[in-house]
Design a protein around this ligand. Structure first.
Ligand SMILES: Nc1ncnc2c1ncn2[C@@H]1O[C@H](COP(=O)(O)OP(=O)(O)OP(=O)(O)O)[C@@H](O)[C@H]1O
Ligand SMILES: [Mg+2]
Length: 379
């Protein structure tokens, strides 16, 4: 897509846009244990929103409250403007796709997909049409007479998706929809899922613990930890402008160093750290002398065997401690004088054999990064 996104693609920036889902101060306790802790969130029509976080952080619990399988201990959930407090799951405009898919093993693909419509007493002709259309959408027309055990993992996943979509919910809740697939298939299926969501235009809320998956799929992501939202934003915002060490470290990898602000200007900040002086070319409303952290992504650090022509901030030197060859990139572990290890990733453009000036173990190297690459974190 070219150009700036339009307002309808970024409704969360529009003061007048009405959210489709409103989560207001929702807490869920199991006995004394707080699984979801006072969260607020608005999700807009047509979003593919991801709840991302480690195991046990409360993702499924929040999803189950949206579906109506759990009741909030306090707080309120509105869907399409209606308070869901007293609305049972089957009367909500939602459908949930479970991780296990829960397909009926003795039924064909076609019958699995038609099942919910039959239960709702939809006329037979209409069932045939809707099942046909949805199987076409997920590209399973040729498999409709097969049973689940005669399908691959990815095909089963699409049957489960078709079965959830055929009921035309306004909101589809997906709990780890791709977890059962191997890495390669998962990557391919991520794109399919995003394409299907775009075609049907239904709001999706997807739970995942896989950060790459969240980055690929989402309009926006809420990063969760211990029942709370650490940050909510678009994939780019979360990756390029994390607000905390937790988010910087959870999404991608980051070299994080502690420091003190020595100069705080409208257009730049200087931080003194044990990585030397760091100069950041954007302002931050922080007091001079306050404790902060600076995060630098491994791919933003450049590596050279030649010393820089001029001394300045955003420079360091060290020794190559270890190298990991990852095919398309290599990861270098650089040990500084103070024993701190800095990770640097660099693309492998030349085949190893022909790399005469290749950086190798025990080499002395110089590190540098741009003033725009370092991220200042206050917590
Ligand atoms: N019915 C329950 N009774 C007691 N504790 C529960 C119950 N359901 C969930 N919990 C606890 O609440 C916390 C959050 O659980 P939840 O299933 O929401 O995590 P999750 O983020 O989905 O994790 P995962 O990625 O492992 O699926 C966990 O510590 C879990 O043990
Ligand atoms: Mg879960």
């Amino acid at each position: 897509m070219a150009g700036e996104p339009t307002a309808s693609e970024t409704p969360w920036l529009d003061q007048d846009a009405k959210p489709f889902i409103c989560i207001k101060g929702v807490t869920k306790k199991f006995g004394e244990f707080i699984a979801v802790n006072n969260v607020d969130l608005d999700i807009y029509q047509g979003e593919l929103f991801c709840l991302l976080g480690g195991s046990g952080c409360g993702k499924t619990t929040l999803l189950r409250m949206l579906a109506g399988f759990e009741t909030p201990t306090s707080g309120q959930i509105l869907i399409d403007g209606i308070d869901m407090s007293n609305v049972p799951p089957y009367e909500r405009p939602t459908n949930m796709m479970f991780q296990s898919y829960a397909l009926f093993p003795h039924m064909t693909v076609e019958k699995n997909v038609a099942f919910g419509l039959k239960q709702d007493k939809v006329p037979n002709d209409e069932i045939t049409d809707r099942v046909h259309d949805i199987l076409k959408l997920v590209e399973l027309q040729d498999f409709k007479k097969r049973k689940p055990q005669q399908l691959s993992g990815g095909q089963r996943q699409r049957v489960a998706l078709a079965r959830a979509l055929v009921k035309e919910p306004k909101l589809l809740l997906l709990d780890e929809p791709l977890a059962a697939l191997d890495k390669k298939l998962r990557e391919q299926t991520q794109f399919e899922l995003a394409n299907i969501q775009e075609q049907v235009g239904i709001t999706f809320v997807v739970v995942t613990h896989d950060q790459e998956e969240a980055m690929t799929l989402s309009s926006r992501i809420a990063v969760m930890d211990k029942g709370q939202f650490m940050q909510t934003g678009t994939p780019t915002e979360i990756y390029e402008f994390p607000e905390s060490r937790f988010v910087a470290d959870f999404i991608g990898s980051a070299n994080i160093v502690e420091g003190k602000i020595t100069e705080d200007n409208a257009d730049h900040v200087r931080v003194s750290t044990d990585l030397g002086e760091i100069y950041i070319d954007h302002g931050q409303s922080t007091k001079e002398g306050s404790r902060v952290w600076v995060a630098i992504r491994p791919e933003k650090v450049h590596l050279s065997k030649k010393p820089p022509s001029k001394k300045g901030p955003n420079q360091a030197e060290g020794m190559v401690d270890d190298i990991g060859y990852l095919g398309n990139t290599s990861i270098y572990k650089i040990r500084l004088k103070n024993d701190r290890i800095i990770d640097v990733t660099a693309p492998n453009q030349i085949r190893p054999k022909s790399r005469t000036h290749q950086i190798t173990w025990e080499d002395k190297v110089y590190l540098g990064w741009d003033a725009s690459s370092a991220m200042l974190l206050k917590k």
